[in-house]
Design a protein around this ligand. Structure first.
Ligand code: CAA
Length: 259
């Protein structure tokens, strides 16, 4: 396991936990933390025993309060063009592992965008989501202008981005920004129970289901259907398909062996 400064990282029962750990700065995403998130995801990606990555913030006050504004202040135009937070989040979206954001407290700017890049979002009553970048004279630049509208629809996304309003966990669930809304003390348990449902599935099917949904979403339906068909052709050739179908017929639980 690698050593981390701005994160706490733990692997437990097939889950790779990443805790953003700068509570004194509301877990703002500075360059060290971003570099370490990249390293941690690479570590999870290479580990065959890991199927799910859960990202959370240290302390209940904040998931992540966005890009580190003190570092952002001196950033020059061309620096926005080099791979940074946006590329990192795209990498996370494309991860073969399932990603879950467990959000308590502030998920603002780049913190909200990190949650949007995850496959599943769980929020507590105390969660607060927003893209307040326009208050700083900039725009959301880590996928927020694109992923938010794909998740909650263009009208609501424009409202959130243009007003910079911050919404609580309950409203986030109502508009589909998060999938689950739980009390503060249920957050970890809920994240683990969602992960545990996923952990029972075959890894190849997990990866290809995720791939088909993400890659098919932005293209024409006919091509997307081919992505689905070809992904199915791949899983039809796996031991997992043999095991899953046999287990059903034999009335037992499937034990998927592939890595
Ligand atoms: N960057 C750097 N430092 C931050 C920070 C950020 N995004 N958010 C909070 N901090 C620091 C504060 O400067 C403060 O540090 P000091 O103690 O040294 O003064 C400390 O964290 C605690 O912050 P507050 O006293 O403000 O705490 P609060 O509980 O009263 O408020 C907050 C919390 C609502 C999150 C507030 O800190 C805040 O509004 N933060 C900025 C949120 C924001 O604008 N995020 C977008 C960033 S831009 C971005 O993300 C661009 C992109 O698209 C990638």
């Amino acid at each position: 396991m690698k050593q981390y400064e701005a994160l706490s990282v733990e692997i437990k029962d097939g889950i790779f936990w990443i805790t953003l750990n700068r509570p004194e700065a509301r877990n703002a995403l500075d360059s060290t933390m971003l570099q370490e998130i990249d390293t941690a995801f690479a570590e999870a990606e290479e580990n065959d025993d890991v199927k799910v990555v859960i990202v959370q913030g240290a302390g209940s006050k904040s998931f992540a309060a966005g890009a580190d504004i003190k570092q952002l202040k001196s950033r020059k135009p061309l620096e926005a063009l080099i791979p940074g937070m946006q590329s990192l989040y795209t990498k996370i979206e494309n991860s073969k592992k399932v990603t879950i954001a467990a959000v308590s407290g502030y998920a603002l700017g780049g913190g909200c965008e990190l949650a949007l890049a995850c496959d599943i979002r769980i929020a507590t009553k105390n969660a607060k989501f927003g893209l307040p970048e326009l208050n700083l004279g900039i725009i959301p630049g880590a996928g927020g202008t694109q992923r938010l509208s794909r998740i909650i629809g263009k009208g609501r996304a424009l409202d959130m981005i243009l007003t910079g309003k911050i919404i609580a966990g309950e409203e986030a669930e109502r508009i589909g920004l998060v999938t689950y809304f739980v009390s503060e003390d249920e957050l970890i348990q809920k994240a683990e129970s969602v992960a545990s449902d996923i952990l029972k599935k075959g890894p190849v099917a997990i990866q290809l289901a995720k791939f088909a949904v993400h890659k098919g979403y932005d293209i024409d339906e006919g091509t997307a259907m081919w992505i689905e068909k070809l992904s199915q052709a791949v899983v039809f050739g796996t031991e997992d398909k043999e095991e899953g179908t046999s287990a059903f017929i034999e009335k037992r639980k499937a034990e998927f062996q592939s890595k």
